[in-house]
Design a protein around this ligand. Structure first.
Ligand SMILES: NC(=O)c1ccc[n+]([C@@H]2O[C@H](COP(=O)([O-])OP(=O)(O)OC[C@H]3O[C@@H](n4cnc5c(N)ncnc54)[C@H](O)[C@@H]3O)[C@@H](O)[C@H]2O)c1
Ligand SMILES: N[C@H](C(=O)O)[C@H](O)COP(=O)(O)O
Length: 346
């Protein structure tokens, strides 16, 4: 990216029958957004114009005929398909699911080839995206395979950050996934992301217990004593500030989370219920730990309100802001860590 150019924000359109199109249009119909960034929507001009009419929006789309024709100052649309697609808001449809994957694949390819700087994904429907060729439970898992690094589902706002040890894992399988190596890798990723993506120089991290009341000395499970505690001790011995395991039930109610830069939860709902309760609408789902930046809003396809003009676009807007902020922080961090200030000679 040249310095004088705006950050190019790639957008995968998500499930065409969900609220993705509405939140994307609501976000970019404000012309001030074009002063901040250059949006590039991966869908089709035909389908985007259908949405424009449906939502009676004044937004104008610019068809970028190829990735090197992305125009600054415009809301670009790259055709990820040419077909005529029938939209039926609120309907789960396998064929529609295929278009969400075409959009995601085209956007990911552009991200890898650096035609876009960051990726913001509108919500997909996890059931109708499944096929013989696409068997991922979500964006995080797909991008983990496409990009370099160790992925981490990191739910973030400016003041609350929750990372997960396990993400799209059925509850019955959670304990077998939580190994010492996984804990070390995820906490290391949280720590690195706090430094490079959020400019926290000495991260302070809290870890939630796996079992109720941290197992109560083995009365309610022993994983906290046998796996989590010794691993946290080891990490602390290496200079990280990692505290816990804390009983998860009272951790957010007591406001203890405010004492930390990030909280690590053992499994999806342990972390996402408090996060979405506190931050629904302003929260952002960030895939940390990978070679490129991807964010998304903290909600799904919301089929029951799709097409009605009722969708709240604030979380998508925050996802765009957050992707830009992380991209800038990371670029700065990488620049300065490659060129550290020389020590003064004695
Ligand atoms: N990033 C993603 O792609 C993503 C994120 C979460 C869920 N999902 C998927 O979406 C599908 C539906 O999931 P769900 O029903 O559990 O969650 P959901 O977020 O779609 O809906 C939960 C509730 O919140 C409401 N809601 C959600 N977003 C809203 C918005 N922007 N404005 C107003 N109300 C909103 C919905 O109407 C519903 O009542 C599932 O397949 C799920 O896996 C995808
Ligand atoms: N766990 C996410 C959430 O509830 O917001 C959601 O499933 C999306 O996951 P991906 O980002 O992997 O699609």
């Amino acid at each position: 990216m040249k310095n004088e150019e705006k950050i190019r924000v790639g957008i995968s359109i998500g499930d065409l029958n969900g609220i993705g199109s509405e939140i994307v249009i609501k976000t970019f119909e404000d012309p001030r957004m074009l002063e901040l960034c250059t949006p590039v929507i991966f869908a089709s001009t035909r389908v985007m114009n259908f949405y424009r009419k449906h939502f009676s929006s004044k937004i104008n789309f610019h068809e970028a005929k190829s990735l090197d024709k992305i125009a600054h100052g415009k809301v670009n649309v790259v055709n990820a398909w040419q077909d005529n697609v029938k939209i039926e808001f609120g309907t789960e449809d396998k064929t529609i699911g295929e278009y969400s994957i075409k959009s995601l694949e085209a956007a990911t390819d552009a991200l890898k080839k650096e035609f876009i700087d960051v990726l913001v994904t509108a919500p997909i429907h996890k059931h109708n995206i499944q096929s013989d060729t696409f068997k991922f439970p979500g964006h995080t898992d797909y991008l983990a395979q496409q990009l370099e690094g160790n992925s981490l589902m990191f739910m973030v706002t400016d003041t609350l950050k929750v990372g997960l040890l396990t993400d799209h894992v059925p509850v019955k399988d959670v304990p077998s996934h939580i190994t010492k190596d996984l804990i070390k890798q995820k906490i290391e990723t949280v720590s690195k992301s706090l430094k490079q993506d959020f400019a926290v120089s000495k991260p302070k991290i809290a870890v939630l217990a796996i079992n109720p009341h941290a197992g109560d000395n083995g009365v309610i499970g022993n994983e906290d004593d046998t796996i989590l505690k010794p691993t946290l001790e080891e990490l602390n011995g290496k200079g990280q500030i990692v505290m816990g395991p804390y009983s998860a039930d009272s951790f957010f109610g007591s406001k203890n989370y405010k004492n930390f830069d990030a909280v690590v939860a053992s499994y999806h709902d342990q972390g996402l219920i408090p996060f979405k309760t506190i931050a629904f609408g302003s929260g952002v789902n960030f895939t940390a730990g990978l070679s490129r930046v991807r964010t998304s809003p903290d909600h799904g396809t919301a089929f029951e309100i799709a097409g009605k003009g009722e969708a709240d676009a604030s979380s998508f807007l925050q996802a765009v802001y957050m992707a830009i902020k992380i991209f800038r922080n990371r670029s700065e961090y990488l620049h300065y860590s490659k060129n550290p200030l020389r020590k003064a000679s004695k």
